[in-house]
Design a protein around this ligand. Structure first.
Ligand code: BES
Ligand code: ZN
Ligand code: ZN
Length: 477
């Protein structure tokens, strides 16, 4: 269970306390003379975290004024995550007092909750490894109960996305994923339909089937629907998550160590699953569909091989050149399937290319596509708000030609340059809807924890897409 945020009234010396701002409203803490002068001296040295030990608990001051992070809300999240690392052994509650603008406390709480995440399935005594943090109490007159509830549900959804991403392949193949989202949909209120291999064959999803050929587990095509009765949109927003449950590279096997993180090739699926949970739990007035074409990309005598030609859902034929460029094959079918809903907008989110990660690292994701500029701008704004930032790449027609094939409509890889864009150009051939492609190969996979973004699979995308939908809904009202 993720820690829970609640509202409370005053400073309480029995719990560790995070104080945002190190110079205002200090009377409530009744600092001794020496504590006061220590605090002042540390502020003068521009220390961003200042700790005063009080018997068994701590006052943790976050001197946000001197934070290196310019975005104050993000500085508060990071301060929240740093406070969790300092908590006393006997404390399961962190109280947050916001002496700056009263709304930052909720962001600090978000950072604290997200920082406390740990994938605990494989510890003999998980209780010993779990975060001590159980409750975060906010002292604020500005933050409403509804905002707190919404944040709690969003946190739960991010934990859900992280659990999906973090699950080893042995725990979560395509069938197990389908069952998991189906159960979760029942519990939280979104509808789930899982198409079987037979149905996938009848739909001629040759991309998904081709990638699946080497697998012992059949593919599943999951359709998750959240449709509020007062939805602001008549035609759905569609979110497609790359659901490659494990990517060995196929017969063009990934060499060590490049395969090692490839359980995380389902991070797009994790992000959209988390999104559906957050939308349903918070009853957002929107019509949204998430699609996941789930399979692993395995090696076997039956695996697809270079030279094979696949007939995709939209009828285009694809010559397979590289078996490791599998994500675009599964996504191509999902994109083409999405068209039948006449969506207002389609977004796909995928750990698609090493090239995207090489270009911008883990600090943000790469976006491109055919949607109107307003949609890209809304996504960019949402990205800044939740600090899952986007960078738009060019999408010029000239890139298209590198996908020309000698024997089919197109091939599945281009030349060696502009890999992230060419992957996007491949996807573009499978949609006629306004569309944004989000490549999260960089930020979805962390080698080490970065503040509240926990190591390895961190659920990147759920917060971004949730905020996008919220902003989209607000713009329609
Ligand atoms: N899942 C990988 C992309 C990836 C790489 C994600 C590293 C996260 C970290 C994808 O299926 C892939 O293998 N892409 C190839 C494409 C190439 C063969 C054109 C790549 O990026 O090398
Ligand atoms: Zn691959
Ligand atoms: Zn992949």
């Amino acid at each position: 269970m993720e820690p829970f945020i609640i509202l409370s009234e005053f400073y309480n010396s029995k719990t560790d306390t995070l104080i945002l701002g190190a110079e205002q409203n200090l009377a409530q803490f009744a600092l001794t003379k020496s504590e006061s002068s220590f605090l002042k001296a540390q502020v003068e040295k521009k220390k961003d975290q200042i700790i005063i030990q009080r018997y068994t608990t701590k006052l943790i001051f976050a001197n946000l004024k001197d934070s290196k992070i310019k975005n104050l809300q993000e500085a508060a999240r990071v301060a929240g995550s740093k406070a969790v690392a300092q908590m006393s052994d006997n404390c399961s509650e962190l109280r947050i007092i916001d002496n700056l603008d009263e709304t930052l406390a909720l962001h600090a709480a978000e950072g604290a909750v997200l920082a406390s995440y740990k994938y605990l399935k494989f510890y003999k005594e998980p209780g010993k490894k779990a975060s001590k943090l159980k409750t975060i109490s906010l002292v604020s007159k500005t933050i409403s109960v509804d905002e707190v509830i919404e944040q709690n549900y969003l946190n739960e959804a991010v934990f859900f996305a992280r659990d999906i991403a973090q699950s080893p392949y042995a725990e979560l193949n395509a069938l197990q994923f389908a069952e998991l989202v189906s159960e979760t949909g029942k519990k939280t209120g979104f509808k789930v339909e899982n198409l079987t291999k037979k149905q996938i064959e009848a739909l001629h999803m040759g991309g998904l089937l081709g990638v699946n050929q080497g697998s012992e587990t059949p593919p599943v095509f999951s359709i998750m629907t959240w449709k509020h009765e007062k939805a602001v949109n008549a035609n759905p927003l569609i979110f497609i998550g790359k659901g490659v449950m494990f990517d060995t590279g196929g017969v063009y096997n990934k060499p060590y160590p490049h395969m090692n993180d490839m359980k995380l090739d389902k991070s797009g699926a994790a992000a959209v699953s988390g999104l559906m949970m957050a939308l349903a739990k918070n009853k957002i007035p929107v019509y949204a569909i998430a699609l996941v074409a789930a399979t692993n990309n395995a090696i076997d005598a039956k695996s697809y091989v270079p030279g094979d030609v696949l007939r995709m859902h939209n009828g285009l034929f694809v010559e397979v050149i590289h078996t490791d460029a599998e994500g675009r094959l599964t996504l191509g079918d999902a994109l083409s399937y999405a068209d039948k809903f006449k969506p207002e907008l389609v977004m796909d989110i995928a750990t698609l290319t090493g090239a995207a990660a090489a270009a911008i690292g883990t600090e943000g994701c790469v976006v491109m596509g055919t949607a109107p500029d307003e949609q890209f701008n809304l996504l960019e704004k949402s990205g800044h708000e939740v600090y899952e930032r986007t960078v738009r790449f060019p999408f010029w027609d000239e890139y298209d030609k590198s996908l020309d094939s000698n024997i089919a409509d197109l091939k599945n890889i281009g030349g060696s340059d502009a890999g992230a864009i060419i992957a996007g150009k491949f996807l573009a051939r499978f949609t006629t809807s306004p569309w944004i492609h989000i490549d999260i190969a960089g930020p979805a996979i962390l080698k080490a924890t970065e503040a509240y973004r926990t190591v390895s699979g961190n659920g990147f995308g759920t917060r971004l897409l949730y905020r996008f939908v919220k902003n989209y809904v607000a713009g329609k009202k």
